[in-house]
Design a protein around this ligand. Structure first.
Ligand code: VGL
Ligand code: ZN
Length: 196
C-alpha cells in the first residue's frame, strides 16, 4: 500500500486544512457524520509544518448554491454565523493563515484556490508540495487538491484526516480515484515525520 511510505516534512511543504467548520460536523446543517475524527490526526501533525493554512466556506446568504435559490445545498457556512466558525476541536493556534472561499454568490467555491489567490500565496512562501486534510473528501477536498495539481504543486491527501459526504454512495471512492488519476498521493498521518 502507498500508505506505508514515510514522508519527511520539509520547509517547502504546507498543510491545508479544508473547511473544518461547525456546519460540516455533527450538529451542523450539512454534517459529515464521522467528521470529528479528522481532528486528532490534524492537531497531531500540524507542528510538523512551517506553514499551516485553513480554508473556510464563507458564503453570502444569497449564494445561488443554496436550496432556497434552486441549488443543491441547505444553508451552511453563512459568513459570520456560528456554523461558519472553525470547530472548537481544531487546534486553531496552529493555523498560520485563513483562506475564505465561496464568497462569490454565483460560483460554487468548492476549491480553496477559487478566487482566493491561494496559489500566489503558496508560491510566495516557496511551497512546492501541499498536504491536504479536512472536509469534504468528495467536494472541497477533491476540488482543492485537483486545483493544486493544476497549479503545479505536488499534493498528498492525508487519508485518516479527511471525511466525505457521499450524497450518492460511492462518491468518496470516485473522488479518491479522480485524485489518484491526477497524480495525487495518499498518506496516513502516522507516516509523516519531521525533516532530519
Ligand atoms: C462543501 C458542499 C458545499 C465542502 C462546501 O466543504 O466540501 N461541500 N459547500
Ligand atoms: Zn459551501
Amino acid at each position: 500500500m502507498p500508505e506505508s511510505v514515510t514522508y519527511r516534512i520539509e520547509p517547502t511543504d504546507a498543510l491545508i486544512v479544508v473547511d473544518p467548520q461547525n456546519d460540516f460536523l455533527p450538529g451542523g446543517s450539512l454534517a459529515v457524520p464521522d467528521g470529528n475524527r479528522i481532528f486528532e490526526p490534524i492537531n497531531r501533525i500540524m507542528a510538523l509544518f512551517a506553514y499551516v493554512l485553513a480554508s473556510r466556506d464563507w458564503h453570502p446568504r444569497n449564494h445561488r448554491y443554496f436550496q432556497a435559490y434552486g441549488g443543491p445545498w441547505p444553508y451552511h457556512c453563512v459568513a459570520g454565523t456560528y456554523g461558519a466558525r472553525f470547530s472548537p476541536l481544531l487546534a486553531a493556534d496552529g493555523v498560520d493563515e485563513v483562506v475564505s472561499k465561496g464568497t462569490d454568490p454565483a460560483t460554487d467555491g468548492y476549491s480553496a484556490f477559487a478566487g482566493t489567490a491561494l496559489a500566489e500565496r503558496l508560491h510566495a512562501h516557496g511551497v512546492r508540495r501541499i498536504f491536504v486534510a479536512g472536509i469534504a473528501t468528495d467536494y472541497c477536498v477533491k476540488c482543492t487538491t485537483l486545483d493544486a495539481r493544476d497549479a503545479g504543486f505536488e499534493a498528498v491527501v492525508i487519508s485518516d484526516a479527511v471525511a466525505g459526504i457521499d450524497v450518492e454512495p460511492g462518491d468518496v471512492d470516485r473522488a479518491l480515484d479522480a485524485m489518484r488519476a491526477r497524480g495525487v498521493a495518499f498518506a496516513d498521518s502516522h507516516s509523516l515525520r519531521a525533516s532530519a
